[in-house]
Design a binder for this molecule. Structure first.
Ligand code: PDD
Length: 287
């Protein structure tokens, strides 16, 4: 079945959707995005994603293409048309297509933002086999730019990181800067020691994960404490458990870091419990 996608006010078959070669996301990486997961045909944490999108746009002095209510309507319509029960909605806003290539931002009165959305159908997303096995990660240097709190489409290095992981025979990579873990290539990183969840504090160094915020809120429900601070790979390797969070993986146990197995090498009970609580609460709050 051909997917129906959304481009600048139109719902089209994916094969007919087009964006200009002068679009600034294509030429300059001048665009931001959001990924919102879908469970039971409903959107998970839409408000959080919409709020972060507004913040990304503001930080880059980019116009909002429409209101949050209109965005919600587009998300819902795409989920419905494409019959998505479990999966994701990808949204991208760019500074638009200027008349020519130019480093200087175009006049916002003349050039309107580009808005693209499409769905990704992922049956079995919540009941993922990877969550039962856990994932293995390697560490790599974090050489990204300094505004990782803005969710830009500049994903070349995270993409290279995934390839480094693949080449090393593992699932993903955790990035390290000045000796401390920042985050995963497309997720936030955590370890658990005793009753405590440790994760890096929010700053411009990491993306402010929407799943992260929810999981830290639910930690109390799992009788766990949260400590937001810098940590090293060695500290995480010596932990009881580790995990990552993102809209597409929810809470995913990590069982190996740079070749060192955590605990007995199987997903830890606390990470699995957090995943369970996250899925349960998210389904309840989905819209
Ligand atoms: N990635 N850190 C980075 C660098 C990310 O790219 C992501 C999300 C996260 C987690 O954020 P959230 O919980 O809001 O999804 C953290 C998305 C899923 C992606 O690029 O596909």
């Amino acid at each position: 079945m051909t997917r129906t996608v959304y481009v600048n006010g139109e719902y089209l078959p994916e094969t007919e959707a087009k964006v200009s070669i002068f679009d600034r996301a294509f030429l300059m990486g001048d665009g931001v995005y959001e990924v919102t997961s879908v469970l039971d045909g409903k959107l998970i944490d839409f408000d959080g994603h919409a709020a972060r999108l507004a913040r990304s746009l503001k930080e880059l002095d980019m116009q909002a293409p429409c209101t949050t209510e209109e965005l919600l309507e587009i998300h819902r319509k795409l989920v419905e048309i494409n019959g998505i029960e479990e999966g994701m909605v990808y949204l991208q806003v760019t500074r638009g297509a200027a008349a020519d290539r130019d480093f200087v931002f175009p006049d916002p009165e003349e050039v309107k933002p580009t808005l693209v959305l499409f769905t990704q159908n992922k049956p079995g997303l919540a009941d993922s086999p990877a969550a039962k096995k856990g994932i293995k990660v390697i560490s790599i240097e974090d050489v990204r730019w300094g505004r990782r709190d803005i969710k830009t489409v500049q994903l070349l290095y995270p993409s290279m990181g995934k390839m480094m992981a693949k080449k090393a025979g593992v699932d993903d990579a955790w990035m390290v800067e000045d000796g401390f873990v920042t985050e995963g290539t497309s997720n936030n990183a955590y370890f658990i020691k005793g009753n405590k969840i440790v994760t890096r504090a929010l700053s411009n160094d990491i993306l402010h994960g929407i799943t992260r915020a929810a999981v830290l809120r639910f930690a109390a429900e799992a009788q766990m404490e949260v400590e937001e601070r810098n940590f090293t790979i060695a500290e995480a390797q010596a932990a009881d458990e580790a995990f990552i969070t993102s809209a597409s993986t929810f809470v995913m146990p990590v069982v190996e870091i740079d070749g060192a197995a955590l605990g007995d090498g199987a997903p830890g009970p606390r990470a699995l419990r957090l995943r369970e609580i996250y899925l349960e609460e998210s389904r309840k709050a989905a819209i």
